[in-house]
Design a protein around this ligand. Structure first.
Ligand code: GLN
Length: 490
């Protein structure tokens, strides 16, 4: 079995070899066969209507690059008329009355949305185990071990890795695109903060949240990002910069590329097999003409503490809207308004979400704000300044995406701190608003994928995709298919 890329599907559609309806039907059949629990909802009818429309548009001359290609959407994006749960019981029966800008942009280019993927509740988690809709099985699980797909975009990662969709959307607040990409052998890109509109994407931590593509290849990530990104007046933090073609420099030479390896990303806590895989991958860049230099991000140990104040603080405020008044779950019996709020939220939210709301509300409370939130913002600035210094003489920072490969389901659910440590390498880029990605870089002795983490200066997604593409041209890690991937015609 081989992977199927967006680029191949687009070529098949272009040559008339297959129609969007045929391709979409094939993927919908695979979703039905799958036992990964990667989707919370699938809308076959809507998907086939979109596919048919795409075929008609193509017949009348529309040549949009991804016209008629089906993808999976993380269930954090509102899509008009579709169930949108964000992995939570509190939104179990919520039908969105409008569509997120990112999805609208994709659909305007003729992309077909097949369904909504499973995710950690309100995107809080690193294993998909906080989802109200059940665990997701990592397609790389072995006969004796059921592994988590990572999170929070675990359903998206499993869907692409199991070949239930050729690509998916994800969101990344502290690592939720890159960590599952690493666990499932995918290319996952978190663009610069503000590249993709947050309108209609259910908010977790507004100053950190960013949508991005999850694909097999860097070439596909560029194609999908082209359709997702763009200024949106409906999001006050959307970047008002000219539209870019993220594919434009995929094939540029990387001769002379200056790679920085932060020593903090290779210290204690990094699995030794992971370290070897990353070192080997980095050496491969040397053979492509890159130079390597050890650098330091001296404040990176402050990233996790800073994030775990800022993200819960913003979440506690964002999640106050889920109160049972206008939409979502409402408790059946209550004595007065306060009792209704309390019962609704107690019933509707899971433990991890409650934990974050309590931490956040505490950090923002009067008398503690300066000690926690203001202090965390200062650390954030220091972390960001470290990157500015390193990028004075480096073009890209590389390291492992995660400290270790995918872990066994249930093995970390009782220990939130060990779960939070999964994001130790990914969080700094969110705090600094920088583009970052994970690409397949090799496998452990037991056959588990390992991701190489790339961080580039602000707005340099095209450069990052160029670096990733060059690597993928001389390696085949990204083409390896997961043991429980489902094959078909596509
Ligand atoms: N795992 C991190 C958390 O739980 C990051 C989640 C995310 O990026 N959405 O906060």
């Amino acid at each position: 079995m081989t992977i199927t890329t967006l680029a191949q599907l687009a070529a098949d559609l272009d040559s008339g070899k297959r129609s969007s309806v045929e391709i979409t039907q094939d993927y919908l059949a695979r979703i039905e066969q799958s036992e990964h629990n990667a989707f919370i909802s699938v809308n076959q009818e809507l998907a086939l209507i979109q596919a048919k429309t795409a075929d008609q548009k193509r017949a009348s001359g529309d040549r949009s690059a991804l016209l008629g290609v089906p993808v999976a959407q993380k269930d954090i994006f509102c899509i008009d008329g579709m169930q949108t749960t964000c992995g939570s019981k509190i939104l179990e029966n919520f039908i969105a009355p409008y569509t997120a800008t990112v999805v609208e942009n994709m659909q305007a280019q003729g992309i077909v949305s097949m369904g909504k993927t499973n995710m950690d509740e309100f995107a809080m988690g690193s294993s998909n185990e906080t989802s109200y809709f059940g665990d997701v099985v990592n397609p790389w699980s072995t006969a004796d071990k059921t592994l988590v797909p990572g999170g929070s975009s675990g359903g998206s990662a499993a869907a692409v890795s199991a070949q239930l969709a050729p690509a998916a959307t994800g969101t990344d607040t502290g690592g939720s695109i890159r960590q599952p990409a690493s666990f499932c052998n995918l290319t996952g890109i978190k663009p610069s903060y503000g590249r993709c509109s947050r309108y209609g994407m259910i908010a977790f931590a507004s100053s950190l949240d960013q949508a991005g593509p999850m694909t097999h290849t860097a070439e596909d990530a560029a194609l999908l990002l082209n359709t997702m990104a763009g200024f949106d007046a409906k999001d006050s933090t959307s970047l008002d910069v000219p539209a870019e073609d993220f594919s434009r420099s995929l094939n540029d030479s990387i001769e002379g590329l200056r790679i920085g390896l932060p020593k903090e990303f290779f210290g204690d806590g990094l699995d030794s097999e992971m370290a070897t895989i990353i070192e080997t991958a980095v050496k491969q860049f040397e053979s492509l003409g890159a130079t390597i230099k050890e650098v330091s991000l001296p404040n990176s140990h402050l990233a996790l503490p800073s994030y775990y104040v800022i993200a819960p603080a913003e979440a506690s405020s964002n999640l106050s809207r889920f109160d049972g008044v206008r939409y979502g779950h409402r408790a059946e019996e209550y004595s007065d308004l306060i009792d209704m709020y309390t019962k609704t939220r107690t019933e509707g939210f899971g433990d991890e979400v409650k934990r974050r709301i309590m931490i956040g509300a505490y950090a923002l409370s009067s008398g503690y704000y300066d000690a926690y939130y203001s202090q965390a913002q200062k650390l954030r600035r220091m972390i960001s300044n470290d990157f500015t210094t390193v990028f004075e003489d480096c073009d890209v920072i590389m390291g492992p995406t995660t400290p270790g490969p995918a872990f066994e389901a249930g093995s970390r659910t009782d220990d939130p701190v060990s779960m939070y440590l999964n994001d130790i390498y990914t969080i700094p880029a969110n705090l600094a608003g920088l583009p970052a990605g994970s690409i397949p870089a090799g496998f452990t002795a037991s056959g588990l994928p390992a991701g190489l983490h790339l961080i580039t200066p602000y707005l340099q997604e095209a450069k990052m995709l160029n670096i990733a593409h060059k690597f993928q041209q001389v390696t085949d890690w990204h083409t390896r298919t997961a043991p429980s991937a489902i094959g078909g015609k596509a």
